[in-house]
Design a protein around this ligand. Sequence first.
Ligand SMILES: NC(=O)c1ccc[n+]([C@@H]2O[C@H](COP(=O)([O-])OP(=O)(O)OC[C@H]3O[C@@H](n4cnc5c(N)ncnc54)[C@H](OP(=O)(O)O)[C@@H]3O)[C@@H](O)[C@H]2O)c1
Length: 430
Amino acid sequence: MKEVVIGFLGCGNIGCGVWELLQSFNKDIVHRDDVHITIKKMLVRDVNKQRNSPVPRELLTTEPDEVLSDPEITLVAEFMGGEQPATDYMLRALHAGKTVVTANKVALALNWHLLQAAAKENKAGLYYEASVCGAVPIIKTLTEALHANRISCVMGIINGTTNYILTEMMKRGCSYEEVLFDAQRLGLAEPNPSADVEGLDATYKLSIMASLAFHARIPVDKIYRNGITKVTKEDIAYADEMGYVIKLLAIAKRVGNTVEAHVYPTLIPREHMLAGVNGALNGVYIYGHACKEMMLIGRGAGDMPTASAVVSDILQAVTHTQHSYPTFQNTKEPSPEMSFDDDWETEYFIRLSAIDKPGVLSEIAGSFARNRVSIATLMQKGNATPGGRVALVLVTHKAHEMDLRSALRDLQSPDVSVDSMIRVEGRQPS
Ligand SMILES: NC(=O)c1ccc[n+]([C@@H]2O[C@H](COP(=O)([O-])OP(=O)(O)OC[C@H]3O[C@@H](n4cnc5c(N)ncnc54)[C@H](OP(=O)(O)O)[C@@H]3O)[C@@H](O)[C@H]2O)c1
């Protein structure tokens, strides 16, 4: 039987989950894989802190060297979070020839090139299934199962907090602020929710997924980002009437060597595969030239779902004789042959309010036409009091964002104001 001694960097939600899963599953691992895993040390900030699981006090340390410099520890599992000191500690472990398993999307998305170079140089493994979508096996799907595909689209609901908020806004007809308040009370959103609701968390995950899908580094700073804080209950209700749901989508598409990568609130048709991914679930849609459409769905966060991905990475690392790494040039900058498009064509949902008087509709139509944007549907909502305002909701045909923004700029006047502009996604790429 193979004896493996491992160390943890961090023992919070995920560290405790991994500790519990290894306790309850170790017998199966011994029986199935002929491997016995011992956790020797866990780095934390405060050894006296109350933990979610009864982790033995003697395993905890505040001294990084007790994990990083112990020759008996051959695998380090990192769940500290944040870019630093996590990146430096993982680099130290890799330079010492230890394999690293991480759940840390921030450190990986920002410093992948450094971590991968250190891993290769020292013939150590670098595993990160848990860094994107928790238990959903998106990394192994992209790197192994779909390796025989040219992937042109990877698009997902990859942040459970925002998906929960948007789903509840739709179900209960409540405002963003009301649902966020409830989600914070229930522990489903952080006291400071900005990384989730501003789309940053999804941007890190999209950078990792898209790089693997397109075999090229797609850096975080090349991803256009917009969060959900401006989505209103009116947007959700009108979208519903038109047969759409609103989701925070992380979208990456590749045509030739041109990539567009965005995280933004998006209208998707109710019959789209992603439309039924509700609550805190994650879902990822992939289009490959051979596999065609494919969809993964499951729990993207939580201690046990994330521990499921971490422990399976640990087992893969210790049962394989050779580690593999992504084959693309993993550099900090995107590869020179790739270009990034920030003016991709898409359809748009626009909500306006306008003074109810003759000529306003033709003013709106004229402004769109002058800027090469054609309107697919236009609805007037409600009746205005004399001289009052009405809501107008329209969906455009495919248009360039620059053209649309210029049309909306032309429109702004005391008579018309632009209340929302949300992208519409739905046609399947081919
Ligand atoms: N939570 C999820 O559902 C989830 C899902 C997928 C991936 N992840 C990722 O998993 C990682 C951990 O998340 P988490 O929710 O477990 O976080 P957490 O509960 O805040 O745990 C962080 C752990 O790291 C320790 N730590 C942090 N900074 C440290 C430092 N400078 N020195 C020593 N120890 C330090 C903390 O020590 P103390 O306990 O003493 O404070 C704690 O044990 C993050 O990268 C996160 O993005 C989380």
